[in-house]
Unconditional design. Structure first.
Length: 279
């Protein structure tokens, strides 16, 4: 087993086809480093691209084979650790662009009674789900405290990981990861008596805007979230906007970034990077 003297660790999963680590990733990782003893920057790029990075000293980049999406990579890394050494493990990926500080969110989570907590939840049921209850903490930012950490080995043993690692069809693999990891993990914790919660309760937004069917509010109501203090905008929100929508809303996402992003971060560098599709 790999030994660590640190007690709070964050696994940041990064995927890129470029050797360059984008500014939005560097900003995100360095902000996380303020709240955890150690950040493991797991990148699929063997070159790691760290020569252009300005990571804080408690950030440790390392090559991590892209296998099984985030779930497979987190599973593989956690098997190297003695989980008893940790009081808190966070799993974060690079699907979000950070707009503001995380201090309020982290303070909320650390002062809560939850065994597992995250930035936002969802009640959305994918057509392929085999769960009766589809409530889950969205896996792009999820934290495990001691009780949840102790349950992780049992959760992993409940799954057939060979199915995840051997699936070659990317669509089927994505569905399996969402069903088994994202929804399945929260439901496993709840079924085993653990308390789970999120900083943003998506159900309140569904009720406020009188939506009859659960949706992914971080995609559909992103502007409403950000106006109310949500510190992220999804990369998919930007990349999925059709050209006609870009004209109609005059690149609305750029105005959002300029208005809500931390002023100490390189705004125009970030926007230019996104415009050049370096995300």
């Amino acid at each position: 087993m790999e030994k660590h003297s640190k007690i709070r660790i964050c696994l940041f999963v990064h995927f890129s086809t470029s050797d360059i680590v984008p500014y939005y990733v560097q900003i995100f990782v360095n902000e996380l480093s303020n709240y955890f003893d150690e950040i493991r920057f797991l990148t699929n790029n063997k070159n790691r691209g760290t020569q252009n990075c300005f990571f804080n000293e408690n950030v440790f980049p390392q090559y991590d084979k892209n296998q099984g999406y985030d779930f497979g990579r987190i599973y593989n890394y956690l098997h190297k650790l003695n989980l008893d050494d940790y009081t808190q493990i966070a799993c974060v990926n690079d699907s979000n662009i950070l707009l503001g500080k995380l201090d309020k969110f982290i303070a909320w989570g650390n002062s809560s009674h939850f065994d597992s907590w995250g930035i936002i939840d969802s009640y959305e049921k994918p057509w392929f789900s085999n769960h009766a209850n589809n409530y889950h903490i969205q896996s792009h930012f999820i934290v495990f405290n001691r009780k949840a950490i102790k349950k992780l080995p049992a959760f992993f043993e409940s799954l057939d990981m060979d199915v995840i690692f051997n699936e070659k069809d990317t669509a089927k693999l994505r569905r399996a990861v969402i069903n088994d990891w994202e929804i399945g993990l929260t439901q496993f914790f709840i079924e085993n008596g653990l308390c789970c919660g999120s900083y943003i309760d998506s159900n309140k937004y569904l009720q406020k805007y009188r939506l009859r069917k659960p949706i992914n509010v971080s995609h559909k109501l992103y502007y409403k979230l950000i106006k109310n203090g949500y510190p992220f905008i999804k990369k998919k929100v930007i990349s999925n906007i059709k050209w006609r929508d870009r004209i109609r809303i005059q690149n609305h996402w750029k105005r959002i970034i300029r208005k809500y992003k931390n002023n100490n971060w390189p705004t125009e560098t970030l926007i230019n990077e996104l415009l050049q599709n370096k995300i």
